[in-house]
Write a protein that binds this ligand. Structure first.
Ligand code: DGL
Length: 272
């Protein structure tokens, strides 16, 4: 079992930021990644639909024998974390709670911002997660166009900055000192977000915080891979073609992903 891969899932390529952070933190672990491009983006969709898509992908990862599930997507985490923990016997790590814990530890003035997709912000999942720290004041903002920018490979330039200024203005006015990047795509816009928010605002990113949580769960449950053979990295995507995934992955993460298998999840048979 400890030799089995860690299953990581996102609506598309954004979760590769989490996969990259898990690789950095745990270089001896194998990873099986699925991007649900067929249904991407999740952000504007109904929470109930997102829950269904996400559970189909997680079922597939469990059927393929992963030893742990990582929901590397804020919108999916917001939609179905509790269902996932009840449904599977393997441990489930998601992206919201690790980032919230870091933000609670980081803030000095107790004013924290969260940005994410419309689905994540409207679900109020971050309000629930921050409820354990009632002394904090939370300010949230949906930033729907950020995902569009990243998906088209645009992370700098006047348009990105203008949109960032507009979305982030209420958070600047709220005088937050800590901002949670509550979407797996946003680390690619870290430069623009930091530029607009100013150096004094600490940015908390789901990728590294989630990787720390994966490490903690693996070690505490004694699930670390001990084999000395090299780990494997396997990528799968749903949807009509692999090129959408590969092109974007190369643009955003680099060339170390050399192949992607096309799969179908849910009630359909998996084609490999
Ligand atoms: N991965 C999603 C998230 O972290 C963003 C992309 C999407 O809307 O599917 O919320």
């Amino acid at each position: 079992m400890t030799d089995a891969p860690i299953g990581i899932f996102d609506s598309g390529v954004g979760g590769l930021t989490v996969a990259r952070a898990v690789k950095d933190a745990l270089p001896n672990e194998s990873i099986l990644y699925i991007g649900d491009l067929e249904h991407s983006p999740y952000g504007p969709k109904k929470i109930a639909d997102v829950r269904g898509y996400a559970l189909d992908v997680l079922d597939d990862l469990v059927d393929q024998g992963v030893k742990m599930l990582v929901i590397a997507c804020n919108t999916a985490s917001a939609a179905m974390l509790r269902d996932a923990r009840e449904r599977y016997s393997v441990p489930v790590v998601e992206v919201i709670q690790p980032a919230v814990r870091r933000a609670v530890a980081a803030t000095q003035n107790r004013r924290v911002g969260v940005i994410g997709t419309a689905g994540t912000i409207n679900s109020r999942a971050y309000e629930d997660a921050f409820a354990a720290a009632p002394e904090l004041q939370l300010f949230t903002a949906a930033c729907p166009r950020f995902v569009e920018f990243v998906e088209s490979g645009v992370t700098t330039g006047a348009e990105v900055l203008a949109v960032a200024e507009e979305y982030l203005a209420p958070l600047r006015e709220a005088d937050i000192d800590t901002l949670v990047l509550g979407c797996t795509h946003y680390p690619f816009l870290r430069g623009a977000i930091s530029y607009v928010m100013g150096e004094k605002v600490t940015l908390v990113s789901s990728d590294t915080e989630t990787a720390n949580d994966v490490y903690r769960v693996l070690v505490s449950q004694q699930l670390e891979r001990t084999a000395s053979s090299p780990p494997s990295y396997h990528y799968e995507a749903t949807g009509p073609s692999v090129s959408a995934f590969l092109d974007l992955a190369h643009r955003l993460i680099g060339r170390d992903i050399d192949a992607v298998d096309l799969v179908q999840t849910g009630t359909m048979h998996i084609i490999r």
